[in-house]
Design a protein around this ligand. Structure first.
Ligand code: 9D3
Length: 289
């Protein structure tokens, strides 16, 4: 699989890609990532990539021509391309989106900067992606997030050990708690703590009783997911043991489906909350600040 990243900060992107699991995958030839300096696609003496917005207002806008030349050059080199623009207005990046992208042989990512790109670039873009509802300074970190998440799905990139660890998230559950030595942790920080309950590794993990350990981990994964991200249970695939844990934890006859329904009620409640906030804001939006 190939990625082509177009950015005004090529060193920022290259440094990150040379590190860790993605770096190793590139070194082993499992992944081909090329980083392009957008300024290489300018044609003026000063290599300008931005300009003032038509209609006025703050900030700058990315000029269309360098981006369009970059797409054309990459397509000549690779053949048929899937072109992504990173933008706060894009579709939210999720594991499902990563899985879909993993099927594309050649992906190009345009990293947005400034206030955004000239609207006419969108005609040449297949998909706009945001990594979430918070503001970062440009599309480089989002592009790296996308490359990393998709690279992990390429066969051979993630070792056997890791892929087992990933299983619980793939099935829609949060990971179980992890411990390493020592079995009893002495205070080394000097900072005040609320309690010492976390100082001892759970007895079952020291027992060597593998079936019991497996059961404990399943229970912890289900309990954590229920406590922290109940909405995930709606899309989770639980085996019989996990379903039994869940029923026990919610103390009802509750099947998987009823938790799914609960997750959805939760979503509806959240949406209603958001709507009411929006309405309140609209109501107050009369210059009273
Ligand atoms: C939405 C904020 N905008 C209000 C006027 C200004 C703005 C801030 C930061 C516009 C662009 C950016 C740069 N961010 C990205 O290009 C970006 C991004 C992000 O900020 N959050 C999550 N995903 C992404 S993907 C690209």
């Amino acid at each position: 699989m190939t990625f082509d990243l177009v950015t005004i900060f090529p060193t920022m992107v290259t440094q990150a890609l040379d590190t860790g699991i993605v770096g190793r995958a590139i070194a082993r030839g499992l992944l081909d990532v090329t980083v392009h300096d957008l300024r290489a696609f300018t044609s003026d003496r000063h290599r300008v990539v931005d300009d003032v917005p038509y209609g006025g207002g703050p900030g700058m806008v990315m000029k269309p021509e360098p981006l369009l030349r970059a797409i054309a050059a990459i397509e000549r080199a690779r053949g048929d391309l899937w072109v992504i623009l990173t933008t706060p207005q894009g579709e939210r990046f999720t594991q499902d989106v990563a899985r879909e992208l993993g099927k594309r042989p050649h992906v190009a990512i345009l990293c947005g900067r400034y206030e955004g790109v000239d609207e006419r670039v969108r005609r040449e873009v297949d998909q706009e992606i945001s990594i979430g509802d918070y503001v970062v300074s440009g599309g480089e970190l989002p592009a790296l997030v996308i490359v990393d998440a998709v690279a992990r799905l390429v066969p051979g990139v993630v070792g056997d050990e890791q892929s087992v660890a990933d299983e619980s998230f793939n099935r829609g559950l949060l990971d179980f708690p992890q411990y390493t030595r020592p079995p009893v942790l002495q205070d080394v920080s000097g900072r005040k703590r609320h309690s010492d309950d976390g100082a001892r590794v759970p007895e079952v993990l020291l027992s060597g009783h593998h079936a019991a350990i497996r059961r404990w981990r399943k229970r912890e994964a289900v309990a954590r997911t229920l406590a922290r991200r109940p909405e995930l249970l709606a899309g989770a695939t639980l085996d019989d043991e996990e379903q039994a844990c869940l029923r026990e934890l919610i103390g009802e006859r509750a099947s998987h489906e009823s938790v799914a329904a609960r997750g959805q009620e939760n979503d509806v409640a959240k949406r209603d909350e958001e709507d009411s906030v929006t309405r309140r804001d609209e109501g107050e939006n009369n210059g009273s600040h």
